[in-house]
Design a protein around this ligand. Structure first.
Ligand SMILES: *Cc1c(COP(=O)(O)O)cnc(C)c1O
Length: 299
C-alpha cells in the first residue's frame, strides 16, 4: 500500500479565457494527489478518529456507507495502512455483483455487512457484529467534530492568505466546517451541495461550528446538484472533459466535477467581484468515475 504523500499536494492555477475576461483567478488545491485511494478530504476527516481509536486502544474501525462510497474505501485503505481491522456497514441488500468500490475495500480486508435501507437509516451496529469493546465507530462520511478538526488542516497545504474565496463540494458538510474554522476574516467559504436533502445542509454545518465560526463569511449554494447525489447529466460530463482539456485536472462526477462546474458558472454570472482569487479544493474521489460507462470521460 502506498503511504500518504503529503509532499505531492500542490496548488495549480488554472488559466481559462473566462477568467481573464472576468479578472478572476482560480487555483486548485490538489488533495487528489496525496494517495490514489485515501484521496482528498477523506484522510483529513479520518485523522483524528484514528488518533482517538489508538488512544482508546481499539483494534477495529466500524463505519457506514453506500456501495460507491469514497469514505468506505478510504477507511478500508487507512485500516490496512495503520493496522486496524475494518468493518463496513453497507446500505442495501447484498447485490449479486459487488461494485468496484466494495471489491477494492474487500481487497483491503474490510469485512462488509449489508443492511437494508431501513436498518441503515438508524445507523445501529447490527447484532451480527456482536459486542466488541475494541471497536471504534465512525459516522457515515466521517461526519462530526473529529472530522471537522482534521479538515481544518487542509488549508495548511496552501498559502491561504492569498485567496479571497475558498470553494468546496459539500456532502455531509464536515469538510466545509473545517474550512470555515481555518478561514481568515476576509475569506468567503462557499460549499457547493451535491445532495438533495429535506434537512437543509446548513443544519449539519452549523452543528459543527462554534459561535466564533458563525461570525465568519460562508454560504451553501444548492443550485448545482444536477438531479441528485451521484446523478449526472451530459452537460456535466461535457464540462468535466473540457475542464480536463483546459487544465489537465481530472474531476469526479459526484463531487469535484460539480464543484468546478459551479465555480466557473458563478464566475460567468459575475458572482465573484473582479480581482477575486478563488481556491477550489480538489477533494479527490476519482475512483467514483469507475462506475461510469468507459467511453464517457476522455481521461
Ligand atoms: C466525501 C467527499 C466530499 C464531501 O465531503 P463532506 O465532508 O462529506 O461534505 C467532497 N468531495 C469528495 C471527493 C468526497 O469524496
Amino acid at each position: 500500500m502506498q503511504p500518504l504523500l503529503f509532499e505531492a499536494i500542490t496548488v495549480d492555477e488554472v488559466y481559462l479565457p473566462l477568467l481573464k475576461e472576468k479578472n478572476v483567478r482560480l487555483s486548485v488545491l490538489r488533495l487528489d494527489k496525496m494517495h490514489p485511494i485515501i484521496s482528498g478530504n477523506k484522510w483529513f476527516k479520518l485523522k483524528y478518529h484514528l488518533i482517538k481509536a489508538s488512544d482508546e486502544k481499539k483494534d477495529t474501525i466500524i463505519t457506514f456507507g453506500g456501495a460507491y462510497s469514497n469514505h468506505i474505501i478510504a477507511t478500508a485503505a487507512a485500516g490496512k495502512l495503520f493496522g486496524y481491522k475494518t468493518i463496513g456497514i453497507i446500505r442495501g441488500e447484498r447485490p449479486k455483483a459487488l461494485s468496484h468500490t466494495l471489491l477494492q475495500a474487500m481487497a483491503y480486508e474490510m469485512e462488509l455487512i449489508f443492511v437494508n435501507r431501513e436498518e441503515y437509516r438508524n445507523k445501529e451496529i447490527p447484532a451480527a457484529i456482536g459486542e466488541n469493546d475494541k471497536a471504534y465507530s465512525i459516522n457515515e462520511g466521517g461526519y462530526g467534530p473529529e472530522g471537522a478538526r482534521g479538515a481544518a488542516e487542509i488549508l495548511d497545504y496552501c498559502k491561504k492568505e492569498n485567496y479571497s474565496h475558498i470553494a468546496c463540494a459539500l456532502g455531509t458538510s464536515t469538510m466545509m466546517a473545517g474550512l470555515v474554522k481555518a478561514s481568515l476574516p476576509y475569506h468567503e467559504v462557499i460549499g457547493i451541495s451535491v445532495i438533495k436533502s429535506k434537512i437543509t445542509p446548513g443544519n449539519h454545518l452549523n452543528a459543527l461550528l462554534s459561535s466564533g465560526d458563525h461570525l465568519k463569511k460562508y454560504r451553501i449554494n444548492e443550485t448545482y446538484i444536477f438531479g441528485g447525489y451521484a446523478r449526472q447529466t451530459p452537460e456535466l460530463i461535457h464540462f468535466m472533459n473540457g475542464f480536463y482539456k483546459d487544465s489537465s485536472i481530472r474531476t469526479d462526477f459526484v463531487y469535484t466535477g460539480k464543484l468546478f462546474f459551479a465555480i466557473t458558472d458563478m464566475i460567468k454570472n459575475n458572482e465573484f467581484p473582479g480581482g477575486s482569487h478563488v481556491l477550489g479544493i480538489h477533494s479527490g474521489g476519482l475512483q467514483g468515475n469507475l462506475s461510469l460507462p468507459p467511453v464517457t470521460l476522455i481521461f
